[in-house]
Design a protein around this ligand. Structure first.
Ligand SMILES: Nc1ncnc2c1ncn2[C@@H]1O[C@H](COP(=O)(O)OP(=O)(O)O)[C@@H](O)[C@H]1O
Ligand SMILES: [Mg+2]
Length: 455
C-alpha cells in the first residue's frame, strides 16, 4: 500500500472535508476539528486504504466513524473520526472501553482521544472474510487463527467486557501475519451479560457468510454438537468449558495435565497467563539420550542459535542419531555444525557412557526426583539445570523447578514485580505456591515468553 502523507490542513479542501466531517461539512466545524487534531499531535494524514468514499481512499467506515491512516509524533496511527451524524456525542466512552480491552491484551492499542477523535494503533491486515476466502489460507492456519480469536473472546468474557458486535464478526476482526485483532469497541459494555464467545462462535461456525467459507476449509462436528458445546459454556463460562469448544471443534489438540492446569488457572499470579495460552501442550521427549544431547546443545545459548545448531547437527545424520553414531563422528564434523569443543567432549563422553551401559536410562527412570538429579549430574557436562529439564520433559515429573533458568528467573521477576533477577533461593520461595505442579507452572512461564524450543 502506497502511503503518501499530507499535512492535516488538506482537510480544508474538497473532497477531504467530507471525511473530516461526514456527511455534511460546515467550515466552522472543519476549523474546530483541525485545531482539535493539532492538539492531539496528529500532523499528517494519508488517503490510502481499501475503501473509497467521496473520491478518497480510507481504511474504513462505520456508523460512528471514518477511519484514516495518520501520523502522530512521526509514527503511523489509525485515526477514527466521529461522523457528524453519529449517534454518539463523543469518543470518550469508546476510548474507555478500548482501554479496558487493552488491559487483557486485546484490540488495537489505545493512544489518545478527544471529543471527535480516537487515535489508536494502526492494524495493517485484511478483513477476516477476505483472508478466509483466499486459496492460500489452509486449514491448519485457519484452525490456529480461529482458535486465537475465540481465545480473545474468552478473555473478554472473563474480563466482563461485552464487545457487542461480534455476531457481525467479519467486520470486526483484522488478520495480520502473526496476529489477529478484534476492533471497534464502540458498542461494548461492562454492564451487560457477555456473549463474546457464543456470538463469535455462532458467526464463525454456524451462520451464513463467513461460516460457509470456514465449513469448506475445515472439517467441523455436526451443528448440534457445536451448539451444545456453546450452550454448555454459556451456562457455565469456565475455562474448562471454553476449552471443550476449542478442542471439540478441533481448533487445537487436547491439553495435558488437566487437573494441574485447572489448579494453576486459579492462582492469582498465573491465572491470566494460563487463560491466554490455553491448554498445556508440553512436548514429551521420549528418547532419553536425545533429551540430554539437546539440553547440552541448548546450554548457555539463545533459543535461535540453539535451534540452528540442533538443525545442523541433525543434518549430519538425517534423523536423530544413536549414541553409537555420535561416538564415531569426527570432531571436525561436529564443530562444523557449530558445537564448541567443550560441548563436543560432553556429548561424546555421554555417548560413550551410554554405549558402555554405564548409564542405564531405564533404571534412572525408577528413581525419585532427587536421586535422578544425583545420578545425571555425575555425567560430565550435565548440571542441575540439564537434569531438571530431563526430569520435566523426559520423565514428566510434575513438580520440578529449574531455579537457575534465566527464563524462569525473568518470569518470576515480572510476575512478582521484583526489582532485580531473583537468586535460586528467592525463586524457590516465590514458586512454592505452585507446588505440586511447578513443572507445569514453568512451562506456562516459558511459553509466555515465547520460549518454544524447550517443548
Ligand atoms: N485500528 C485500525 N486499524 C486499521 N483499520 C481500522 C482500525 N480501526 C478500524 N479500522 C477500519 O475502519 C472500519 C470502521 O471502523 P469501526 O471501528 O468498525 O467503526 P464504527 O464504530 O463506525 O463501526 C473497520 O471495519 C476497519 O476496516
Ligand atoms: Mg464497526
Amino acid at each position: 500500500m502506497i502511503q503518501r502523507f499530507q499535512s492535516i490542513s488538506v482537510f480544508t479542501k474538497e473532497p477531504y472535508k467530507k471525511i473530516l466531517a461526514f456527511p455534511k461539512p460546515k467550515d466552522s466545524e472543519i476549523k474546530k476539528r483541525i485545531m482539535e487534531l493539532e492538539k492531539l499531535g496528529v500532523s499528517h494524514v494519508s488517503f490510502t486504504g481499501p475503501l473509497q468514499i467521496e473520491r478518497c481512499q480510507i481504511l474504513g467506515k462505520g456508523y460512528v466513524g471514518m477511519v484514516v491512516l495518520a501520523k502522530k509524533d512521526g509514527g503511523l496511527v489509525a485515526l477514527k473520526i466521529r461522523r457528524i451524524d453519529s449517534p454518539r456525542k463523543n469518543m470518550s466512552n469508546e476510548a474507555k472501553l478500548l482501554k479496558i480491552a487493552n488491559k487483557s491484551g486485546i484490540g488495537p492499542r489505545f493512544i489518545k482521544n478527544s471529543k471527535n477523535f480516537l487515535v489508536m494503533e494502526y492494524v495493517d491486515g485484511e478483513k477476516i472474510i477476505d483472508w478466509a476466502k483466499k486459496s492460500e489460507t489452509k486449514s491448519e492456519e485457519m484452525r490456529s487463527v480461529l482458535n486465537n480469536i475465540l481465545r480473545e473472546c474468552y478473555l473478554l468474557d472473563d474480563a466482563g467486557l461485552d464487545h457487542g458486535e461480534l455476531s457481525t464478526i467479519d467486520k470486526h476482526v483484522i488478520i495480520q501475519k502473526n496476529r489477529n485483532t478484534i476492533i471497534d469497541f464502540e458498542s461494548s459494555s461492562i454492564d451487560r451479560k457477555t456473549s463474546n464467545v457464543s456470538g463469535a462462535a455462532q458467526a464463525i461456525f454456524i451462520g451464513t457468510g463467513l461460516a460457509k467459507i470456514v465449513q469448506k476449509k475445515i472439517k467441523l462436528p455436526s451443528k448440534t454438537k457445536i451448539i451444545n458445546l456453546i450452550r454448555q459454556y454459556k451456562k457455565n463460562p469456565t475455562l474448562e468449558n471454553f476449552e471443550k469448544i476449542t478442542v471439540g471443534l478441533k481448533l487445537q489438540k487436547p491439553g495435558k495435565f488437566l487437573k494441574a492446569v485447572s489448579a494453576l488457572s486459579k492462582d492469582k499470579k498465573l491465572e491470566s497467563i494460563v487463560k491466554k495460552i490455553g491448554p498445556c501442550t508440553m512436548r514429551i521427549t521420549k528418547n532419553p539420550y536425545q533429551t540430554l544431547v539437546e539440553a547440552i546443545i541448548y546450554q548457555q545459548l539463545s533459543e535461535a542459535s540453539a535451534t540452528a545448531i540442533t538443525k545442523r547437527f541433525l543434518k549430519i545424520y538425517g534423523k536423530f542419531p544413536t549414541a553409537k553414531q555420535v561416538a564415531v563422528t569426527s570432531n571436525k564434523k561436529l564443530k562444523y555444525a557449530g558445537l564448541s569443543g567443550t560441548k563436543i567432549n560432553y556429548i561424546k563422553g555421554l555417548s560413550k557412557q551410554v554405549l558402555k551401559k554405564e548409564i542405564m536410562f531405564a533404571n534412572i527412570a525408577k528413581l525419585d526426583d532427587e536421586q535422578v538429579t544425583e545420578e545425571l549430574t555425575k555425567i560430565k557436562g550435565i548440571g542441575n539445570w540439564t537434569a531438571q529439564i530431563y526430569l520435566m520433559f523426559c520423565l514428566q515429573r510434575k513438580d520440578i523447578l529449574p531455579v537457575d533458568d534465566l527464563g524462569i528467573k525473568k518470569g518470576i521477576m515480572e510476575l512478582f514485580s521484583l526489582k532485580k533477577l531473583p537468586d535460586p533461593k528467592t525463586v524457590e520461595k516465590f514458586a512454592a505456591r505452585w507446588k505440586p505442579n511447578r513443572s507445569i507452572a514453568c512451562w506456562y512461564i516459558w511459553k509466555n515468553q515465547r520460549i518454544n524450543a524447550i517443548g
